[in-house]
Design a protein around this ligand. Structure first.
Ligand SMILES: C[S@@+](CC[C@H](N)C(=O)[O-])C[C@H]1O[C@@H](n2cnc3c(N)ncnc32)[C@H](O)[C@@H]1O
Length: 280
């Protein structure tokens, strides 16, 4: 694999990928409304060939494969561990028209064979987003479609802002460029517009899609707290801190989540952009 995103490749092959693999069912439950909205926008029909960018454990790739029936779906991702899980689940669920490749979507050599490119939160990690989307577009046949879902800015996302504010009572906020590769890199619609224009897409739409989400999937307050504690962002903020400070910060997260506990689990709002476009 040649990769332009070496730091991301390393990141998604270390502990964070482990959390995504170990907690795959919880992530899929939590993110389900967003994958469903993205797949709805993609409008996949029978016989189409689908590319899922940054497919992770592959739930959206398998859904796409089911929708296309006589077509096929390919998931591309940097994370070997998540792809292994994706392949195992496809086998278990009997989805045969699906395959998964370890590769960098920014540099993979595509041929224009796909009718649709999709992604659920897998396209915010490129070091050169315009080059990456141009490369993804090179995999689309003329007139092919793209449907990508990305996070709006962190303050609009209660599910991160609420526990995040609790942690910030104990540690300094992480500094850095908000447009750097990471979950919120495509939060600014003007930036998305410019990236997609440069990448050669047309008919661009950027629509807000918000939904309540179950933090860490269905479960108890403690399940949600543990899930958030072990997420990449909390680990980055807390792991190097003294144990007693970590404990107090996590107790504060639990308290902050408590008012949002429902019969199903801790429920907080998620805010995304649903980005659709066609290949010129
Ligand atoms: C937030 S996870 C989302 C995974 C999956 N789409 C889901 O919704 O469960 C982001 C994924 O993007 C992948 N990724 C990041 N940069 C990538 C790149 N340049 N090429 C391919 N995959 C990438 C990561 O390895 C990770 O699996």
């Amino acid at each position: 694999m040649t990769t332009a995103n070496e730091a991301q490749r390393e990141y998604w092959n270390r502990d964070d990928a482990r959390h995504w693999v170990d907690q795959q069912a919880r992530y899929d439950e939590m993110l389900e409304p967003f994958g469903a909205a993205m797949l709805d926008a993609a409008g996949i029909t029978s016989g189409e060939h689908v590319l899922d960018v940054g497919c992770g454990n592959g739930v959206t790739t398998r859904s796409a494969a089911r929708s296309t029936v006589d077509g096929r779906a390919l998931g591309v991702d940097l994370s070997e561990a998540m792809l292994e899980r994706a392949r195992a689940l496809a086998l278990k669920e009997g989805v045969a028209n699906v395959s998964f490749d370890a590769d960098d979507a920014q540099t993979r050599q595509f041929t224009p064979e796909f009718d649709v490119a999709i992604s659920r939160f897998g396209v915010m990690f490129f070091d050169d987003p315009a080059a990456a989307f141009a490369n993804i577009r090179s995999g689309l046949r003329p007139g092919g479609r793209g449907a990508f879902i990305v996070w709006q800015a962190l303050p609009a996302n209660e599910w991160m802002a609420v526990p995040g504010a609790a942690i910030l009572e104990y540690v300094d906020p992480p500094d850095g460029d908000p447009t750097a590769p990471g979950p919120y890199a495509l939060a600014d619609p003007d930036r998305v517009r410019s990236i997609f224009d440069t990448a050669g897409f047309r008919d661009l739409s950027i629509d807000a899609f918000t939904a309540p989400m179950l933090v860490g999937g269905r479960g108890t307050l403690d399940d949600a707290t543990t899930f958030m504690r072990n997420s990449g962002i909390a680990r980055a903020m807390l792991d190097d801190k003294p144990a007693n400070l970590q404990e107090r910060a996590i107790a504060a997260v639990r308290e902050a989540l408590k008012p949002h506990l429902t019969d199903e689990g801790v429920q907080l709002g998620g805010a995304t952009w649903l980005v659709t476009a066609t290949s010129s």
